[in-house]
Design a protein around this ligand. Structure first.
Ligand code: MG
Length: 393
């Protein structure tokens, strides 16, 4: 029998985190939770610790880690950024007992820029990586892909579109890609005008038609910044220039993305919109795991499968992302940082929906530079863009 894959799950109480545990639970003889990390959802984290009994656990705050350490004496605890780095690099086992790695695969389901340093640490520690944190590649794509290549580590995508592309490319890696066709649901405001977007509230933006996701990504989907981030994510994961990535609005969310090859063949991956599918592809790779989920019934698709071009005048964030990535330097870092701050401010009703693209453009123009940043410079640009964006709000 195969040995169990020991998993470090960063962000276990979030949307991807809980769905990852759902997939793992279906295969108790294949997977075990080696380490779990959470933010501030301590009630759910306590349940997870009791159920999965990882060797190591991390909370955002020291007070939470201390409290849980008293309740779970068999588990090692840490907190904050340092805790995440230790979890991602498997740095918690008793060194005296030998140098055997205590984990095999890091699932990075953290939200936002916080995911970058742990991803880098996981690569340095020779971990397999399943990546749901797209900001890691948006801000640090150059550095991360180079580090992964140096270590011979393949990054397994958990984002549904990138999992689709990954699946289409399996067995086709050496063939020439002529285009990546990245599908987008279009979010709750598909077909709206710019004027209509002016008065969008957080409640309206949080209603996604097809996917159940965390709050940040749901707002990003409504502004289509999510697709902009995903274009950059695809550019790095699959080493394709930005002008070979085409976004298609596909409101049914059945075709999760496609690849067009130079012989004009197009391979697409289809399925129900359920994140447990891409999660299981990454966890089980190179095997496919059976999942007891509703199957895709093509006969029941009353509206067929439709595709349209996104309206660039309405969804400005797409063009912003394309331009930031094409001009390069620290611009994608600034774009991502400003967006994170603005989404938070929008949810708190401190800025309007269209202030998001407006202020991002201003920040890129103000702080953008052509120098290709290393990891330290990425964090510097990120911090500066956050401070300046907060100031402007
Ligand atoms: Mg996606």
């Amino acid at each position: 029998m195969k040995e169990k894959k020991r998993i470090v799950l960063l962000g276990s109480t979030g949307s991807i985190g809980t769905q990852t545990l759902d997939v793992m639970e279906r295969y108790p003889d294949r997977f075990e939770a080696a380490a779990l990390t959470c933010g501030r959802n301590i009630a759910l984290f306590r349940e997870q610790l009791a159920k999965y009994r990882p060797a190591f656990a991390v909370c955002e705050r020291k007070s939470d880690a201390d409290m849980l350490a008293a309740e779970f004496p068999g588990i090692g605890f840490s907190w904050g950024e340092e805790g995440l780095i230790r979890a991602a690099s498997g740095d918690w086992s008793d060194k005296a007992s030998g140098s055997v790695k205590p984990a095999d695969l890091v699932v990075n389901a953290l939200m936002g820029m916080r995911g970058l340093a742990p991803t880098y640490a996981a690569i340095q520690a020779d971990m397999e990586i399943a990546l749901a944190n797209k900001e890691t590649l948006v801000a640090g794509g150059n550095v991360i892909m180079k580090a992964a290549a140096d270590k011979g580590i393949e990054i397994l995508p958990i984002d549904s579109e990138h999992s689709a592309i990954f699946q289409c490319l399996t067995g086709n890696r050496d063939k020439k890609i002529s285009r990546i066709l990245l599908t987008a649901s279009g979010g709750p405001f598909r077909g709206w005008t710019r004027d209509q977007l002016e008065s969008v509230t957080p409640e309206m933006a949080l209603k996604h038609p097809n996917w159940t996701m965390g709050r940040k990504i749901t707002i990003d989907s409504a502004s289509m910044m999510n697709k902009g981030l995903e274009m950059i994510e695809a550019r790095w994961l699959f080493d394709v220039p930005m002008d070979k990535i085409t976004v298609l609005v596909h409101p049914q969310s059945i075709v999760h993305s496609a690849v067009e090859f130079e012989d004009t063949s197009v391979l697409a991956q289809l399925g129900i919109p359920d994140m447990r599918v891409p999660i299981s592809v990454a966890l089980g790779y190179p095997d496919r795991l059976a999942l007891e989920l509703p199957k895709l019934d093509l006969f029941s698709l009353k509206n067929g499968l439709t595709f349209e071009e996104p309206d660039p005048g309405v969804f400005q964030c797409l063009a912003i992302a394309k331009d930031a990535a094409a001009r390069g330097g620290n611009r994608p870092v600034i774009m991502n940082a400003a967006n994170e701050i603005l989404v938070e401010a929008f949810l708190e009703k401190k800025v309007g929906f269209l202030d998001i693209p407006r202020i991002i453009i201003e920040m890129i123009e103000k702080l953008g530079s052509d120098d290709e940043p290393d990891l330290a410079a990425i964090f510097e640009s990120d911090a500066l863009a956050r401070a300046k964006t907060t100031e402007m709000i």
